[in-house]
Design a binder for this molecule. Sequence first.
Ligand SMILES: [Zn+2]
Length: 410
Amino acid sequence: MTTAVDAAEQHTLAGDLEAAARIGAVDGGGISRFAWTPELVEVTQRVAAELERLGLAVETDAAGNMIGRWPAPPGPAVMAASHLDTVPRGGPLDGVLGVLGAVEAVRILRREGFEPKRPIWIGSFMDEEGSRFGTALFGSRAFCGDDVSAALDARDPDGICVRDAMRAQGFDPARIGDAERVDDVGAYVELHIEQGPVLDSRGERLGVVEAICGVLGYRVVVHGEANHAGTTPSELRRDALVGASRIVLALRERAASRPDLSATVGRIRALPGATNVIPGRCEFTVDLRAATADAFAGARAWFADMVSAVVADEALEATVECDYAVPPTPMAPQVIEAFEAAALAEGIEPVRMASGAGHDAMNVGRRAPAGMIFVPSRGGISHSPQEWTATEDCELGARVLASTLRRLAS
Ligand SMILES: [Zn+2]
């Protein structure tokens, strides 16, 4: 019988995943490993030690990103990375599979005696999830030279700011600019669980990402008139919640008719919020995601027009504030092709798809040729202790990653 500890010492992907899942495991299920915490340090050090054992030179940059460099002739690096932090009570694979799959890819290439013609970097980006400070994608943003100074002032629920959390671990927030290294990257690859039901429901084993969806985030307030629930006839009401409901349904209809668009109202509040008062005000959020630049621009224009039409028809008014508008990130054709060739060599016909979720590849992909592959998430579940992918699929992902690294670094 193989115990969990034995498995971890065998230097296998399954063993590494099992060992990582014990770090930050919480009572009652799930894993909590947040930015700038001892749990994240512990798992990162464990991965760094394995990369060093494999002959890579490991460094932690000024933003807390861990990068292992395989010595090779100079040139633009081929980088495989993801993240080791989790959401609260997260699962064992989101992000972690990308990092440990890249470690497994190095093991495979080492066994083959591969000698890269250009540097191979294996990375783990700091704080992809943003669970503790709301500063998602912090590490990859700093790596890409984005201004993350505002994020340094963000505070966790205990009132600790990123700056202080960094200092407590010996980092100097003033040096954050030193983390910008994206210009040294010639190609970026990331293995991830799908976090959606597409591959699993179709019985497919591998997806190649064509684009990471752009996201439009709105805060909408519909203004009507609060009045008595019993005495105001229907035709004289200016019910803000009715207007908001029509907007919600219009969003659903639009998204249902377009495969490249999704729309979600995740938070809604009717005011004053009494059982016997017509809502005079309704506040809600809208999350619109589109895979292509055309769909993104189209959704933006349509949304504004649709809200105006609905509120006019209901004799209401609305204010719409756009909190963020991050355009879609197309993945690089040469990386997509390298992934597809690698998958076919494994006897797998991969499916091309869009990523509805954001990833570090979204930041790197704006500055360097990038690509991603997905393996199936059972039941489409992620960000949950129930998150699961068959070991054979995790291993397939690592083999395809290895073969892709070989192709790109030859
Ligand atoms: Zn992730």
